[in-house]
Write a protein that binds this ligand. Structure first.
Ligand code: HEC
Length: 156
């Protein structure tokens, strides 16, 4: 039956997402021709960089929680985590070091998380085959935003 295949698809997607988050240079390799590994360097003091990377680790953990919830068919929980942990940007101290383009890409990720949550909240319980398709697609849109920024910037 088609539905039973979906969690496996989501899990496979999850491994890819984790890879995209942790291997930014490799993620850049997956870009179409024209995008290179030459990422824009954002400079910030060491304590701010540590805070920034810690913030990113929380994003990774949140995305992992969202994927796990989706894979188990618990779309309401996935929506809640996305809203609480990914939709809202935290106004941290490192914010002042971030260029406009970074902020825009950050906003796009937060927006994608909100759209994912809206789709997941609208799903029936248990989710229909169509719900699986839509919600998995929206999940991929969140990770695409993580990946796009990792391909564009690095911090020093
Ligand atoms: C607007 C830009 C942007 C977005 C969006 C973004 N990141 Fe990052 N992330 C960065 C930058 C820049 C780094 C540092 C990369 C470097 O210096 O090589 C980073 C680093 C990381 C790291 C490594 C942390 C460490 O301790 O080294 C993880 C994990 C990570 N991001 C996960 C995520 C996940 C998951 C998402 C999406 C939910 C995400 N990021 C969205 C810009 C972004």
């Amino acid at each position: 039956m088609a539905m039973s295949a979906h969690p496996a698809v989501v899990l496979a997607l999850g491994s890819l997402l984790a890879f995209a988050g942790l291997q930014p240079a490799r993620a850049a390799d997956a870009q179409p021709a024209g995008a290179t590994n030459e990422r824009t360097v954002i400079k910030m003091p060491p304590d701010m960089r540590a805070e920034f990377l810690d913030h990113m680790s929380h994003h990774m953990a949140a995305l992992n929680d969202v994927i796990t919830a989706v894979a188990s068919g618990n779309f309401q929980h996935a929506a809640q985590v996305a809203r609480d942990k990914l939709e809202v940007g935290a106004g941290k101290g490192f914010g002042r070091y971030l260029p406009i383009k970074f902020r825009e890409m950050g906003l796009a990720m937060h927006r994608a998380a909100g759209e994912f949550a809206t789709a997941a909240e609208a799903a029936s319980v248990p989710p229909s085959a169509e719900n699986w398709k839509v919600v998995s697609g929206k999940l991929g849109e969140i990770s695409a935003r993580c990946q796009a920024c990792h391909a564009t910037f690095r911090v020093e």
